[in-house]
Design a protein. Structure first.
Length: 342
């Protein structure tokens, strides 16, 4: 399995450029607020300042702290399926995407990481599903796991819970999405079957959009990643429309209450150049693998997504070249070590 084993879709330059179905629209809207006026600028600065958490000044794989104004950088987006019932600190991540940004080219490579990927988690010393890392050690353990898996530095992270996603969609007055099939899904309060969507184009509110982003009953994690990208495009399209300008204040408030990041407001502003560049090039990538069942300590077979080693090695090379970094790290194979129970 080689280069054709991981999907690379080049997006048209005429389309809106986006990183992730929750996080980049949020950063984009905040950036738009910067140019919208003094009031929104101050509001965005305050909200983003409240979200800042200085727990990771630089990656251990960097000699010095990066400057996104001049350096190639990476951003890990962590979607946490948190709620009042679950909280956010000890929950598993529900979505992971890594963006690498090349400052000179103004290009972005966006990697979707399936939540069931079987990887080595240094925090606990064994291999299990990558989405467990956050429950073991929050953003720090998740970042370390991704760095070990891909052998590249993770410079920044943005963690958001899905309350922010719903609030943003509702603040925008809903988004227009083509639902691929009819299904029922639990709502944000974990009530089974509370949301039913029919196949076809329609306007979704926050709860409905979240149900579409989360469901994988009728397909797979890979297909869910594609749906999330379509939702992301719908959010950006609505946010960029003239009818949404007056709603930016509400959207920024929704962001700040549910985001945690090690990016300062000034560092966020550096990404505006990517959004307004007429030469921006973005590629979306996915990790390729196969369904696998591995027995746990009790002898019960547990489902994992087993990554293809050859494709993973090629993908590492692609990301290293994009960031212009050399191999930095020798880590256990993602297939090595005892597995934990699902």
């Amino acid at each position: 399995m080689g280069r054709q084993q991981f999907t690379i879709n080049k997006k048209s330059k005429r389309r809106k450029r986006i990183f992730w179905f929750i996080a980049f629209p949020i950063l984009l809207i905040a950036s738009l607020g910067i140019s919208y006026g003094a009031y929104l600028y101050k509001k965005a600065e305050t909200v983003m300042g409240d979200s800042y958490h200085e727990d990771r000044v630089k990656s251990d794989l960097r000699d010095k702290k990066v400057d996104p104004n001049i350096d190639n950088v990476s951003v890990l987006f962590i979607g946490v399926d948190g709620s009042e019932k679950r909280g956010t600190e000890n929950t598993r991540s529900d979505a992971l995407m890594l963006a690498t940004l090349n400052e000179k080219e103004k290009s972005v490579k966006l990697l979707s990481i399936p939540r069931d990927s079987y990887v080595y988690i240094k925090e606990v010393g064994y291999s299990t599903k990558i989405n467990h890392a956050h429950s073991y050690g929050g953003p720090k353990a998740t970042i370390e796991t991704v760095e070990d898996l891909l052998d590249i530095p993770v410079d920044y992270y943005v963690r958001l819970d899905f309350d922010a996603f719903m609030k943003v969609v509702d603040a925008l007055g809903g988004i227009d999405v083509d639902v691929p099939y009819t299904f029922s899904e639990q709502n944000s309060k974990d009530k089974a079957g509370a949301i039913t969507l029919n196949e076809g184009m329609q306007t979704l509110d926050g709860e409905q959009a979240l149900a579409l982003a989360r469901t994988r009953k009728l397909d797979s994690d890979l297909e869910r990643g594609k749906r999330q990208q379509e939702i992301m495009k719908a959010i950006v399209k609505k946010a960029a429309s003239g009818t949404s300008v007056l709603k930016y204040s509400q959207v920024i408030e929704a962001i700040g209450s549910s985001m945690l990041t090690n990016m300062t407001f000034d560092e966020m502003k550096a990404f505006i150049d990517y959004g307004i560049s007429g030469n921006l090039n973005i590629e979306t990538l996915q990790l390729v693998g196969a369904d696998s069942y591995i027995p746990n300590s009790s002898g019960r077979n547990v489902y994992y997504y087993q990554l293809d080693e050859e494709a993973l090695g090629e993908l590492k090379g692609t990301l290293k070249h994009h960031l212009d970094v050399a191999s930095t790290n020798e880590v256990p194979s993602h297939t090595a070590g005892p597995s934990a129970e699902n």
